[in-house]
Design a binder for this molecule. Structure first.
Ligand code: BG6
Length: 466
């Protein structure tokens, strides 16, 4: 199939502050939770590469923005680091703000749209020490941070997001405990998820207040980014399989979709949680706050489908209710390096779900990508990485995006994750995602891979029609 990108469709790059910037103690930047983890247990990180360096975007932002533009991308998303923008007294750190002003000015100069996210799993350490998302004061502090960012950058940035994948920290840090501080407590995890929902809603409230008061561009928009993939189960499900589907979808997707579309949380999910000994503590007045959580649009991160079936045991090894077991689809195709299933049609299924259930809300594919280990194996004689597998991956996903648009999905863009190789949390630089290579042995030098030429040619085709 010949791939044709629509007009008025963002084609860009996704990245985040903590995974690219580095400069972890520069210009007044405070420690964040990744720095704490890196300092306390560096062996937890692949090849002992901690959070300190990113891919050196702090130094190389201009070169990187030019590179994105050189392959004809029209937009990119990154995130501000709370620990860089604000000091411990919840005041703006002018040097940190200076960096983001430079990035915004550079994006403007090179004609590339900057999308700015406020939080990408990167709690400042001093706030984590005060209880992090378990403490409502931290929720309030996040609202102050959001207000400060909107007012400081309101005339420079049009597209804003409150959170990237707000489901990940409750899951990884508090429920499954695979990320620092390794807590395995379903109740605390749900409370964190709830508090993040309040934080999102307070930030959206601040956004509209700032807009009303003239601090923002008149057409500025606010959204939330999540991995919203609809879960699948077996082809001939039992009622128990369907129940597993309901709760998986409820906690991971509907929770955020309802918040962004109607300013509420799914009552059936809250009730099931409470009946299983995981009640969420809701205070008077919270419903009013959540009502503010409605957004202008959504970002949909998609890497792999979720497949579930009825759980064998109703309780897991930590004594938590178990709502689902993984279901291994016999026909699955894997990205063996990351251990994730590759299922491009999932992107279409989400588009159709949005069309059916949330027809008024537009969205874009805010992340999609393929991480591969030891990519140097694929270098040709001229030294260029021949990442045909990545081209195939993106091509297939884009084909399903186009099909969903043809059939009425309001999908307005596609951002590839990690256009420039970056630091992948505790996998560090193990799996490379980029269209552009970062040479860690050679001062973070950037080099185009084959996929960079491919994506450039794809976008040029569209430009020829203008
Ligand atoms: C997304 C995150 O879930 O997946 C990114 O928003 C992350 O931060 C990306 O890097 C790829 O996952 P990983 O763990 O391979 O880096």
């Amino acid at each position: 199939m010949k791939l044709k990108l629509p007009k008025d469709f963002f084609m860009g790059a996704a990245m985040s502050g903590p995974q690219t910037e580095g400069a972890y103690k520069k210009d007044g930047k405070l420690e964040n939770i990744w720095d704490t983890w890196s300092d306390s247990a560096i062996s937890d990180f692949y090849n002992k590469v901690g959070s300190y360096v990113g891919n050196n975007f702090y130094e190389k932002y201009e070169e990187d923005i030019k590179l994105l533009k050189s392959i004809h991308l029209d937009s990119f998303r990154t995130s501000m680091q709370w620990s860089r923008l604000m000091d411990q007294n919840q005041q703006l750190n002018p040097a940190g703000a200076g960096f983001y002003h430079k990035v915004a000015a550079c994006a403007k100069k090179h004609g590339i749209e900057l999308f700015m996210n406020l939080y990408h799993f990167d709690m400042p350490a001093y706030l984590f020490a005060r209880g992090g998302w378990e403490n409502r004061e931290v929720v309030e502090a996040y609202a102050v941070y959001a207000r400060t960012a909107f007012r400081e950058f309101g005339k420079e940035i049009k597209y804003w997001f409150t959170f990237n994948e707000p489901i990940v920290e409750p899951d990884q840090r508090y429920r499954s405990g695979v990320w620092y501080p390794f807590i395995k407590d379903a109740r605390r995890g749900m409370q964190v998820q709830y508090h993040i929902s309040l934080a999102h809603s307070l930030a959206v409230r601040e956004f509209y207040k700032a807009k009303e008061e003239g601090f923002l561009l008149p057409d500025a928009q606010i959204g939330l980014i999540n991995a919203f993939a609809p879960p699948y189960t077996r082809e001939t499900p039992t009622p128990e399989d369907l129940e597993a589907l309901r709760m998986t979808d409820g906690i991971h997707n509907r929770w955020w979709l309802d918040l962004c579309t109607s300013g509420t949380l799914p009552q059936d999910v809250l009730e099931t949680l409470a009946s299983c000994g995981v009640p969420v503590e809701i205070r008077p007045g919270d419903a009013e706050i959540l009502k503010c959580g409605k957004t202008d649009w959504l970002g949909f991160n998609y890497y792999q489908p979720t497949r579930v079936q009825a759980p064998q045991e109703k309780v897991d090894e930590n004594g938590h209710p178990r709502f689902a077991d993984p279901y291994i689809w016999p026909e699955r195709k894997m990205n063996v390096y990351r251990g994730w299933e590759i299922y491009p049609k999932g992107i279409y299924d989400f588009g159709m779900k949005m069309k059916r259930e949330y027809p008024d809300l537009k969205f874009f594919i805010s992340e999609n990508g393929m991480g591969v280990e030891h990519e140097h194996r694929f270098r040709n004689e001229a030294g260029e990485i021949q990442d045909d597998y990545r081209i195939e991956f993106v091509q297939e996903h884009l084909e399903w995006v186009m099909k969903s648009i043809e059939e009425g999905a309001r999908c307005v863009g596609y951002h590839y994750w990690g256009v420039i190789d970056n630091w992948s949390w505790n996998n560090a630089f193990k799996n490379r995602y980029g269209f552009i290579e970062v040479d860690l042995m050679n001062n973070y030098e950037r080099r185009l891979k084959k996929s960079a030429h491919w994506v450039k040619a794809l976008i040029e085709e569209r430009e020829k029609e203008d």
